[in-house]
Design a protein around this ligand. Structure first.
Ligand SMILES: NC(=O)c1ccc[n+]([C@@H]2O[C@H](COP(=O)([O-])OP(=O)(O)OC[C@H]3O[C@@H](n4cnc5c(N)ncnc54)[C@H](OP(=O)(O)O)[C@@H]3O)[C@@H](O)[C@H]2O)c1
Length: 308
């Protein structure tokens, strides 16, 4: 069973996504095509790309190489600043989106505004309205619109008069971000906005020790391995936790063994409420982010240690 999330506009999005925008990972050129195709062939039918990653063309090529029908794959891309520019002007939105569509070779399923700082100050709503116009005039026919790294105050600006509501907000989300994100999740609930979680494995791969959730993940991985006969590791448990919290997990790997393990979580049971709660409680003791540059300006971090 491939887990999925129903977005507020009724579309079904696979709850596990493979991204081609991770720093330090060779995600460009032929490699992005080959590894993207490998992820698709394993059954991860959701690719996360962006103008900023320079991998939109490779995303389209990966789908063609894997010979998976386009309609079976969910593709998210994101609109970014102009090259070398601090902002993307409202008048540039249309050409930038058309360039994305041309590189992909199709209209994406979901287009996100990569950060609230992509539009010029005070122009967020006008920027969004230009995207709405493109959905309504058919340029982005059938494409859902969403946001990324948006704080509560950014969402409020859009919700004031958006004709098309953002279906999701893509943010760094894992147990060590829980305490920071309470007010954001209250805003998501208020408007029925779904969450896409990037960096879901940061507690394991970026945190210096793995922190207080690591022994819990290890114990649950042991239980799931025994129950399923699969080789379940802590990363798989963390992805199940992310999906158990109702978010889509946008992770990545360039390693065939890890890609296969990711895909195999669809053959594992859901975490129980008690397991999710135990990870939540331990995660809330710490504040740690791997992508600390995002969501920090005018959105105070909690007064918590990085480890206990
Ligand atoms: N909207 C935004 O601003 C934003 C920001 C950051 C990222 N993103 C998107 O989210 C995607 C994922 O971000 P992320 O890299 O931070 O995700 P992540 O899930 O936190 O980390 C992915 C890393 O985990 C490693 N990994 C995977 N499975 C593993 C396993 N079983 N055991 C040990 N290590 C494992 C992978 O390394 P190996 O290759 O060695 O397996 C990979 O480098 C990006 O590619 C991008 O598409 C969006």
């Amino acid at each position: 069973m491939v887990r999925s999330i129903i977005l507020p506009d009724g579309k079904r999005m696979p709850a596990l996504g493979w991204g081609n925008g991770t720093r330090g990972v060779e995600h460009s050129g032929k490699f992005a095509v080959d590894v993207g195709a490998a992820a698709l062939r394993e059954g991860i039918l959701h690719i996360d790309t962006a103008q900023a990653y320079g991998t939109e063309r490779e995303t389209g090529e990966a789908i063609r190489l894997a010979e998976v029908p386009r309609e079976q794959v969910w593709v998210t891309t994101k609109i970014y600043e102009g090259s070398g520019q601090p902002h993307r002007k409202v008048g540039e939105v249309r050409a930038a989106v058309q360039e994305s569509v041309a590189k992909l070779g199709f209209i994406p399923d979901l287009l996100l505004v990569h950060t609230p700082f992509v539009p010029e100050d005070g122009r967020l709503l006008a920027f969004w309205q230009e995207l709405e116009n493109m959905v309504e005039d058919g340029t982005l026919q059938g494409c859902s619109l969403g946001v990324s790294n948006f704080r509560p105050q950014d969402i409020e600006i859009l919700m004031h008069s958006a004709r098309i509501k953002p279906v999701c907000n893509q943010i760094e989300f894992h147990p060590y971000a829980l305490a920071h994100l309470d007010s954001l999740f209250a805003t998501h609930s208020k408007y029925g906005i779904a969450t896409q979680a990037y960096g879901p494995l940061q507690p394991l791969i970026a945190h210096p020790t793995g922190g207080p959730i690591k022994p819990i993940l290890k114990r649950i991985a042991g239980i799931l391995s025994n129950d399923s006969g699969q080789n379940v590791d802590e990363a798989s448990v963390l992805l199940l936790w992310t999906i158990g919290k109702g978010a889509a997990a946008i992770t990545t790997s360039s390693n065939p063994v890890n890609i296969a393990k990711m895909a195999a979580i669809d053959r594992l049971r859901d975490l129980t409420e008690a397991e999710i709660d135990e990870i939540d409680q331990a995660g809330r003791k710490v504040h740690f982010k791997g992508w600390a540059g995002h969501m920090s300006k005018d959105y105070p971090v909690p007064d918590l240690p990085e480890d206990v």
